[in-house]
Design a protein around this ligand. Structure first.
Ligand SMILES: [Zn+2]
Ligand SMILES: [Zn+2]
Length: 538
């Protein structure tokens, strides 16, 4: 959920607008977007949203935010192409104001002047931002690694960073993702050797799965397939879409005659075929997940077919991914994945320690603020900066929502936090999910549900019969029956101790029963099932 706001006087620009896929404890939540309360409170000041690159954690929330805040959006060609697709799906493209920029270009937004500096990363068209403000230059790296041999031949613009470093930079905000890795992240080209070896050794057809936004990786697979005399097919919606977009923008080079149509896969000579499929993280409906359980209409895998997972196993997804890999092994497929063999079939898109040091040395900022990482990573990035000694002034470790104010006399101060955080969205309904809904779902998943059913005579207010209690997923320890018997007594007592008026008002009596029963069950079982009293009129 990357999002940062830069404000001077009455002008604000917003850098990136990402979404996050929820952790498991957010049950039934599809996506998580940033809380933009602060921006809504200062709506008239927001001049633009400026994007660094096309990854979901940087652009994913745009369709959800533009509804509240329809400001101009700035980004490079590929970034905006993906944004356009999202806005189209949400029916927002008509009203959006998209402005395409090139690396090296300079745009003015109110008091801010922004230069877009080309950086290398796992997708294409990525930029860092050098923002001239009334109190000095602020550099935001976006996501980066320093790849000396990029696949598209477009290098990391070290010169521009050095130029700003020589001029003097007030503050550097830098990507902390890989701070725990020593050395340099290998170049994207490092995967070629191993992939080519696997391609040459594969006895039958090959399926390669990578992130569909990893245009460099897709390009390399196309190139290697050509080298070894295989044709390529694309499978999976996001893969097909992104290949189409990148190819349409001339950012992906597909030689004539090197691709076959998905519907021709089944009839095609397996020894001459490479299929690029989406679904590296074993997303439930993805192409690779379906292929793994032999439930894909376009292809089936069996003995001696090869699957290469050319991607990272994102923490939190391990179980699903290994389950998918197990299915593939059951089909006797040869599976290659991160950590399973020596030479890399995947390299990271984020720079390691040495690249972070180079950047710090080039920029030599007065103030340094690690961003894009868990707190432990930002903490270690701060320590790394101290070790390098390139930061003239202070290093700030910030929690989300904590502003830093840079003053005209060169000072920098932490200020009182503003509202920031997450908003959960159910993408089916596009509606925000209140915290209370998530809490209910958690209680349901952990402690089940208890439904007391009470029959009340509408006229006399007396209980028609002894209360019934239905439970699902609720295990009241060993002495279940005894606890439920006592729970009935609790309900009886609650009803008896209520006034006739309360008994006539069902919402009141329901709530009283819920509270008393909750207290009782929690005390007896230390559990918090969802309690849903039902009242029958007799
Ligand atoms: Zn990224
Ligand atoms: Zn990112």
């Amino acid at each position: 959920m990357n999002m940062m706001a830069l404000r001077t006087g009455d002008d604000i620009i917003v850098i990136d607008c990402g979404l996050m896929f929820p952790e498991q404890e957010l049950l039934g939540v599809d996506i998580v977007i940033p809380d933009i309360t602060y921006l809504k409170q200062h709506k008239h000041m927001v001049r633009a949203i400026v994007l660094t690159h096309a990854h979901e954690d940087h652009i994913g929330a745009i369709p959800y935010i533009l509804g509240d805040l329809n400001v101009p959006v700035y980004g490079t060609q590929f970034t905006l192409a993906l944004v356009r697709k999202k806005l189209e799906e949400h029916g927002l493209l008509e009203s959006a104001k998209l402005n395409e920029v090139q690396p090296g270009q300079i745009t003015s937004l109110g008091p801010f002047t922004i230069e877009y500096l080309h950086v290398t990363h796992s997708t294409i068209d990525c930029v860092a931002l050098a923002i001239r403000t009334p109190v000095g230059v602020v550099i935001h790296t976006g996501d980066f690694k320093i790849d000396p041999t990029p696949v598209d031949g477009k290098p990391f613009d070290l010169h521009a960073f050095a130029r700003y470093g020589a001029e003097g930079v007030l503050a550097l905000f830098s990507d902390s993702t890989n701070v725990e890795r020593p050395g340099f992240t290998p170049s994207e080209k490092a995967v070629v050797v191993r992939l080519e070896e696997l391609f040459r050794g594969a006895p039958e057809k090959i399926v390669v799965s990578c992130f569909s936004s990893s245009v460099h990786r897709v390009q390399q697979v196309i190139n290697i397939a050509r080298t070894v005399g295989r044709k390529v097919a694309f499978v999976g919606r996001s893969m097909v879409d992104n290949v189409e977009i990148a190819h349409g923008l001339n950012k992906l080079h597909i030689p004539d005659g090197s691709v076959i149509r998905p519907q021709d896969i089944r009839g095609f000579e397996p020894k001459k075929l490479v299929v690029l499929a989406s679904g590296t993280q074993a997303e439930p409906m993805s192409a690779l997940s379906r292929i793994a359980v032999d439930n894909h209409r376009l292809l089936s895998l069996g003995e001696n077919d090869t699957v290469i997972l050319s991607s990272r196993i994102i923490p939190g997804n391990e179980k699903a991914i290994y389950r998918m890999i197990d299915h593939l092994f059951r089909r006797r497929v040869l599976v290659y994945y991160e950590g399973s063999r020596s030479a890399p079939i995947h390299v990271s898109g984020h720079g390691s320690q040495e690249e972070m040091k180079i950047l710090l040395q080039l920029v030599k900022p007065k103030y340094f603020i690690p961003v894009h990482g868990e707190f432990r990573q930002m903490f270690q990035h701060a320590a790394l900066a101290a070790q390098v000694g390139a930061v003239g002034g202070q290093v700030f470790l910030l929690e989300s929502g904590t502003p830093v104010e840079f003053t005209a006399d060169g000072g920098a101060y932490k200020r009182e936090p503003v509202t920031a955080g997450r908003v959960c969205v159910d993408s089916g309904s596009l509606e925000e999910i209140a915290d209370v809904v998530i809490r209910d779902r958690r209680h349901l998943s952990e402690d089940g549900v208890v439904v007391p059913i009470i029959a009340i005579d509408k006229h006399t207010g007396l209980l028609g019969a002894s209360p019934e209690i239905v439970t699902r997923g609720f295990l009241p320890n060993d002495d279940g029956n005894e606890i439920l018997t006592k729970a009935r007594e609790v309900i009886l007592r609650t009803v008896e101790q209520s006034s006739p008026e309360e008994k006539m008002d069902w919402s009141v009596i329901k709530e009283k029963i819920r509270i008393d029963l909750k207290r009782f069950l929690n005390k007896q079982t230390a559990k918090r099932p969802l309690i849903l009293p039902v009242i029958l009129e007799v």
